[in-house]
Design a protein around this ligand. Structure first.
Ligand code: PEP
Length: 252
């Protein structure tokens, strides 16, 4: 049985005290009223990781970094390595978010290094993929996402691939209020699962958690999560409000 996961991506929002307060609220809501079979992840800024890890119940709320360095250590000013992330208590790393690919020019080569370092450190990568609007309008989104996967996580041996969580996030739906329809999301996630089955095998494909991300909200989460291949969500804006985030967690 694959895991259901609802992961928040706070992006570049909240000061440490605001973030700790938000994490406290989420932790209370999740421990008191959260669906027990959903893995909850908070993707906080690097600066908040240790403080947030210190106040959440690790059995109910996991913590993720939103990025990591592509090198293990050394003279890379401003970078934060996977072992630093691990030392905070965080257990997930979001890798390849479209904002990182677009604004920080992260290529497949860079993402491969980040995935490898994350796995080597025993943390779980949440690997993001997804197409821009022009690609969707041209009807070539399947080929585009297939190429993203083939250039990166499909290079992993099966034993490593099994540890990956995938988040499909169409760029045109991120932060725009324009959600993919549940059918569009289901179709892409089913396509990705089929690709995994072809590349690895059916068992690995059936066990892989694949999330949808893009303007997911309490209003549309139930419909999205009712689709056969959608195993949860990567949530941006709505993860900054504890009650909205809880409503999404409880949308199954
Ligand atoms: C995201 O950035 O991963 C995301 C899905 O954002 P939003 O929910 O705000 O569209």
């Amino acid at each position: 049985m694959r895991k259901k996961i609802v992961a928040g991506n706070w992006k570049c929002n909240t000061t440490i005290s605001e973030g700790v307060e938000l994490a406290k609220q989420v932790n209370i809501l999740v421990t008191e009223r959260g669906a027990k079979d959903v893995v909850v992840v908070l993707g906080t800024p690097f600066t908040h990781l240790a403080s947030v890890c210190a106040i959440v119940d690790p059995d109910r709320v996991c913590v993720a970094a939103q990025n990591c360095a592509a090198e293990p250590k050394g003279a890379f000013t401003g970078e934060v390595s996977v072992s630093m992330i691990q030392s905070t208590g965080a257990t997930y790393v979001i890798i390849g978010h479209s904002e990182r690919r677009e604004y920080y020019l992260e290529t497949s080569e860079i993402l491969n290094k980040k995935v490898a370092l994350t796995l080597a450190q025993g943390l779980t990568p949440i690997y993001c993929c997804g197409e821009a609007l022009a690609i969707r309008e041209a009807g070539t989104e399947n080929n585009f996402v297939k190429k993203q996967l083939e250039e990166t996580i499909f290079n992993l041996p099966a034993e490593d691939f099994k540890k990956i969580v995938i988040a499909y996030e169409p760029i045109w739906a991120i932060g725009t209020g324009r959600t993919a329809s549940s059918q569009q999301a289901q179709d892409m996630l089913a396509f990705i699962r089929q690709l995994i089955a072809k590349k690895y095998d059916q068992t690995i494909a059936a066990a892989c958690s694949i999330l949808y991300g893009g303007s997911c909200s309490p209003a549309n989460a139930k419909e999205l999560f009712s689709q056969a291949d959608i195993d949860g969500g990567l949530i941006g804006g709505a993860s900054l409000k504890a009650e909205d985030f809880l409503a999404i967690i409880n949308a199954y």
